[in-house]
Design a protein around this ligand. Structure first.
Ligand SMILES: C[S@@+](CC[C@H](N)C(=O)[O-])C[C@H]1O[C@@H](n2cnc3c(N)ncnc32)[C@H](O)[C@@H]1O
Length: 267
């Protein structure tokens, strides 16, 4: 089969499987297989496709997340290894990092804690974009911790980012900034999520209530920056104010939804 034929076949099969973006996914799977960019696929239309392409296509048709099938995913300036040990980093989380960097820009060597690090996305992006930051990344999941450590090594950031298994209690240690994208999906929402999430991503990375308030109460930090779910930002902002945070601010994501809540602990 040629690349051109594979592209048409893959787009049709992915659409039949219910994938939202069958054309883009078909192009990205072929690009990965051929080692070219997405647009490069179209210059190879007459070349043969390796048999292994059918395996990747089958995985995506089973609604495995594209990031797991490709084994890597872009986050800000980084390409992270991604697999079922941790949540796929989302575009809205890039805004969370943006806010942290803005708050830290005048600090030459801030101590930063990323609580619930998953792939290590937030911790590694902050270390990458703030050369003076000393970052600690914690996760309750042993699988996530091992993946985050692999990412730190791949990106040569292992000396700047300390990664360990741990719990929210670490936030009490005293930090310049604590950042977290905690589990925030209500248990009753689980069955309504797309198969890519429900059947493949770790449930404990997504489902949880009350994390924002627990972190806000435990944290001993100058700045706290939290990602929130749809329709949660207002309540989380009110919680931060009620437990004594000042300069509470909500930042929208790229879709305009209130997404990131930050606050400062008065000294
Ligand atoms: C929504 S995911 C975020 C992952 C990553 N920070 C990101 O933004 O892509 C939440 C993470 O918190 C971790 N987690 C859940 N409960 C935790 C706890 N009590 N203490 C520390 N980490 C926890 C999960 O294992 C998961 O990796």
């Amino acid at each position: 089969m040629t690349v051109g034929e594979a592209l048409r076949l893959a787009e049709r099969q992915l659409a039949e499987a219910g994938v939202d973006t069958p054309r883009v996914d078909a192009e990205l799977l072929l690009a990965h297989m051929l080692g070219v960019s997405r647009t490069g696929v179209h210059t190879r239309g007459d070349e043969p496709v390796p048999d292994a392409f059918q395996v990747l296509l089958g995985r995506r048709c089973a609604r495995e997340p594209l990031a797991y099938v490709l084994g890597e995913w872009g986050f800000r300036r980084l390409v992270l290894k991604t697999d079922a040990r941790a949540l796929v980093p989302r575009p809205e989380t890039e805004i969370l990092v943006e806010r942290c960097l803005e708050l830290l820009h005048a600090e030459p060597a801030p101590r930063v804690l990323d609580l619930g690090t998953g792939t290590g996305a937030i911790a590694l992006a902050i270390a990458d974009e703030h050369p003076g930051a000393r970052v600690t990344a914690i996760d309750a999941s042993a699988g996530a911790v091992s993946l985050a450590k692999e990412n730190a090594q791949r990106l040569h950031l292992e000396r700047r980012v300390e990664i360990a298994q741990g719990d929210i209690a670490v936030a009490a240690d005293g930090w310049d900034l604590v950042v977290s994208n905690p589990p925030y999906v209500a248990p009753q929402e689980w069955d309504r999520l797309q198969p890519e999430i429900r059947e493949w991503e770790p449930r404990e990375a997504l489902v949880g209530l009350g994390f924002h308030e627990r972190i806000a109460r435990v944290a001993n930090t100058h700045w706290l920056v939290l990602e929130t779910g749809d329709c949660q930002a207002e309540d989380v902002a009110a919680t931060l104010e009620s437990v004594g945070y000042a300069d509470v601010r909500v930042t929208p994501d790229l879709a305009g939804k209130p997404r990131v809540v930050e606050g400062r602990q008065p000294t």
